[in-house]
Write a protein that binds this ligand. Structure first.
Ligand code: ATP
Length: 332
């Protein structure tokens, strides 16, 4: 099926067309805070202004693929988790479009989409997924017909911890790429490493990093410490998840996954245990509607569509609330 996907959990107002023959076309309009981090009401205003245009562009693209009327078979949208005001705008747009084109509506869990795009692109069967984004950090694995959260952050997301540090030193949002750049010039310093069982905590690292900077430690060195510590924690939990589930496939998701050092550490860990590692291309790592459209197509084929009346958004939508209707393999 050809599916239009709409994503808008936070900063990315994004629409995409997935066509099995043509591949994935993505159109994104990013919200860039003028100062500080993401402000929910500004993000919603951006979403409100940007969604009609990105959806229009994606629809025109779909219309150009063939003479079909309507040009798409279904509309998929991110139902959550994310910022409520942003999700509501996306939900309204998706419902209106599905109704006006008279095509089915598909409600996609944004976190499951991060995992499934990795599975789709890699061809892996039953991977564990490390999702490291701004607002989240968790490890997902398939068990008993659901994607279970095997481990997660106990406080802030991995990217948000980095962004809060960079805001403290006066760098513009998003901070991740700037930390990656600065870390190339620095020396490692030790910061608190906090993994408890399968869960991690980043708030202590963030405060310690700010203190180091305030005490005069070169910012490049703090950046190395931040990267090495946060990424080692993520790698440790990802490794334990592989070991617990017996899976030998790891996929990466989330905007922090664009970081080369993180990918290097995960690849090395997988190599040591003879597991396979796959990092999707950057356009599928950061928030994007491509992953919504691709999972939407899979769900459509499984008959997993929803009525307008049951399509409410859910800002705390957890992956394990999603019955995985499109997989029937034995759970790992
Ligand atoms: P989600 O809703 O999935 O939690 P999100 O809205 O937080 O997603 P993403 O696009 O997945 O957004 O991730 C954005 C985060 O990725 C930001 O915190 C940003 O600093 C971080 N990031 C981007 N590039 C890099 C990089 N090269 N290294 C580290 N972090 C990065």
């Amino acid at each position: 099926p050809r599916v239009l996907g709409i994503e808008g959990t936070a900063w990315a107002a994004s629409a995409a067309v997935y066509d099995p023959e043509d591949g994935v076309y993505i159109e994104t309009d990013a919200y860039q805070p003028e100062s500080g981090g993401i402000d929910p009401s500004e993000a919603a205003e951006h979403m409100h202004n940007a969604i009609p245009e990105v959806v229009g562009t994606a629809l025109d693209y779909a219309a150009g693929l063939s003479d079909g009327d309507p040009p798409i078979d279904a509309v998929a949208f991110s139902r959550g988790p994310g910022l409520g005001p942003c999700l509501r705008i996306v939900g309204t747009a998706a419902r209106a479009l599905a109704q006006s084109l008279d095509v089915p509506l598909i409600g996609v869990n944004h976190m499951v989409a991060h995992l499934e795009i990795g599975r789709h692109r890699s061809g892996f069967d039953s991977p564990v997924c490390l999702n490291a984004s701004g607002a989240n950090a968790h490890v997902l694995g398939f068990h008993n017909g659901r994607y279970q959260v095997l481990g997660e952050t106990m406080d802030t997301g991995a990217g948000n911890a980095i962004d809060k540090f960079t805001r403290h030193v006066g760098w513009s949002h998003p901070g991740g790429p700037k930390v990656e750049e600065a870390a190339r010039e620095g020396e490692y310093i030790e910061l608190p490493y906090v993994v408890k069982g399968m869960d991690f905590s980043f708030s202590g690292i963030m405060s310690a990093a700010k203190q180091e900077y305030d005490a005069g430690t070169p910012v490049e060195d703090v950046c190395v410490g931040l990267q090495e510590t946060i990424f080692a924690m993520l790698t440790e939990v990802a490794e334990r998840a592989l070991s617990l589930t017996g899976s030998n496939e790891l996929v990466l998701g989330g905007g922090v996954g664009q970081n080369e050092r993180l990918r290097e550490m995960l690849a090395a860990m997988c190599d040591q245990r003879d597991a396979e590692f796959y990092a999707p291309e950057p356009r599928f790592l950061r928030d994007n509607a491509g992953m919504i459209a691709v999972l939407g197509a899979t769900m459509y084929e499984a008959g997993d569509t929803i009525g307008i009346d049951e399509s409410r958004i859910d800002s705390d939508f957890r992956p394990d609330q999603v019955p995985v209707t499109w997989r029937d393999e034995e759970s790992v």
